[in-house]
Design a protein around this ligand. Structure first.
Ligand SMILES: *Cc1c(COP(=O)(O)O)cnc(C)c1O
Length: 504
């Protein structure tokens, strides 16, 4: 069958017919968003950090596919009414859940420009690629990587960690593995990290075909750093069993408490054992921008690959993950593939090889580099580093308040900007069982979310449920910490009095 079309009476374009009206509407939309961002710094004007979504609001998003146009102003109205207030406001100063960045007005504007350009950063000879390469150069400098290093923007560290496992696998087995797969591989490849590693490391082992069982999650010391002796023994045990150790994944900021492994020691073991040394730096690698934090990262410059997120501590709007690889050739060896429709030239638009599509699995890619470039240029790394140190200072303030409190206790050491704590009960009240205490702490987190006052998250440490406040946002202040703690105290007192009544 072939297409049977008649000559259109009028050609359609998606551009506005009335640019003057469109311009006015654009300015209105921009102003609304700036109002929202400005309100975040005002205790009086800002929205709750989260609120339960009304069923009627959800219902608006069960509508059928629109076949006919709706006025832009009306669609924007629905955004303002239904979407904006019902977002997880990780830009809000009282958002301390998980590990999420606050974004900036500058980043927003840059993303608007990027969307306007609609550049596709898969490749070709265009200035947006030079912007991405500029970030690669800057990151080489920041992390002390050599000129041979290459890098790539990806969605986030989950993806960057996966690419690193693939590169390490290809480096270990040779590029023929890309054609043949693992079926002729005589020895099982095994990787090492700590129990405190992020779940995406195991997922990367799964997705790479090596399997989660081939990841050894080793014990940690009281500071939640990988136990080096256990690592050394595991490598020896696996070699003796005929397996092939190939990768060590170090943590620069564990997701639970922000612990930084002894990266220098890991680099030394990896070099001696001839293993690939990857660092998951999602939480803390960018701490290199702070003179106070950088010394804790000693050894990061020895990594074979490094994954991190500009969208966390770097305050770049979502999403902006990054992968840096010491030997750029090994990254090319893992991902580059000839394709007739991607033919390269030495002049014209098809010049400028290698392209980002040779460095990872994505072909079409957005211009994540622009919002990152704007952020680094307009703020400068000194100021960004200062903000990172400021979040650590706030974490120490919260730590000290918890340590001095009768009802709360710390659940882990505070390494950087993350505080884990739990409600333990009031003195004089009958003591709770561990299960009751876990339930109360879980309820406490939900109470705080529903109050709209603050958003910590819940995690499990040593088998127990604890509150986790990750202070990542440049807008957070001491008042926000105090309000969170006061509200937690209030809700906990209510819950534990119910518990006491319930038990009598
Ligand atoms: C956030 C985080 C990840 C995952 O990064 P995404 O950007 O969410 O994909 C991995 N590791 C650690 C330590 C993290 O904190």
């Amino acid at each position: 069958m072939s297409l049977n079309l008649s000559e259109p009476s009028d050609y359609t374009s998606l551009d506005p017919q009335d640019w003057v009206a469109f311009r006015a509407q654009s300015h209105h939309m921009l102003d609304d968003m700036l109002d929202h961002l400005q309100s975040l710094s005002s205790e009086v004007a800002r929205m709750p950090v989260w609120q339960p979504i009304a069923e009627t609001t959800r219902g608006h998003f069960r509508a059928s596919l629109p076949h006919t146009p709706t006025a832009l102003a009306q669609v924007h109205q629905q955004f303002m009414q239904d979407i904006l207030p019902n977002t997880a406001h990780n830009s809000h100063p009282a958002f301390m859940g998980w590990v999420q960045g606050g974004g900036t007005p500058v980043g927003m504007l840059a993303d608007m420009l990027a969307a306007g350009l609609n550049a596709n950063l898969g490749g070709r000879d265009q200035m947006p690629l030079e912007v991405e390469r500029q970030i690669v150069h800057w990151m080489r400098d920041l992390f002390g990587f050599p000129a041979s290093a290459n890098g790539l923007f990806v969605t986030g560290t989950s993806m960057a960690n996966l690419l690193s496992v693939l590169i390490a696998k290809t480096a270990a087995l040779g590029i023929a593995i890309r054609q043949d797969g693992l079926r002729n591989c005589p020895q099982q490849l095994v990787a090492y990290t700590s129990l405190a590693a992020h779940g995406c490391i195991a997922q990367a082992m799964d997705l790479s075909g090596l399997g989660k069982a081939a990841l050894r999650c080793l014990p940690v010391n009281p500071q939640h750093q990988i136990d080096l002796q256990a690592l050394q023994q595991a490598i020896e045990r696996d070699r003796a069993a005929g397996m092939r150790p190939f990768l060590i994944v170090g943590n620069a900021g564990t997701v639970d408490i922000g612990a930084i492994d002894d990266l220098h020691a890991l680099a030394t073991i990896a070099a001696r054992e001839q293993l690939w040394f990857h660092v998951d730096g999602a939480c803390a690698a960018l701490g290199m921008m702070s003179p106070e934090i950088a010394p804790l990262l000693r050894g990061i410059e020895q990594a074979d690959s490094l994954a991190f997120d500009f969208h966390k501590w770097g305050q770049v709007p979502y999403d902006a993950g990054f992968l840096l690889v010491r030997d750029g050739q090994q990254q090319l060896d893992t991902f580059s593939a000839p394709a007739a429709y991607l033919r390269r030239a030495t002049r014209g638009l098809a010049a400028g090889s290698p392209w980002p599509c040779d460095l990872g699995p994505d072909l079409s890619r957005g211009f994540r580099a622009l919002k990152t470039w704007f952020t680094l240029k307009t703020y400068g790394t000194d100021q960004l580093g200062k903000i990172m140190a400021q979040t650590c200072h706030l974490a120490q303030y919260l730590r000290d308040k918890i340590a001095a409190s009768a009802e709360f206790e710390l659940a882990a050491p505070v390494a950087l900007n993350i505080v884990c704590f739990r409600y333990r009960g009031t003195s004089g009240a009958p003591s709770m069982t561990a299960a009751q205490q876990d339930q109360l702490n879980a309820d406490l987190v939900t109470d705080l979310h529903e109050s709209g006052i603050a958003v910590p998250s819940l995690t499990t440490l040593d088998g127990r449920l604890v509150l986790r406040a990750a202070i990542v946002n440049h807008r957070t202040r001491i008042d926000d910490i105090d309000r969170m703690l006061q509200a937690a105290q209030r809700f906990a007192a209510m819950r534990s009095s119910h518990l006491i009544k319930g038990s009598t």
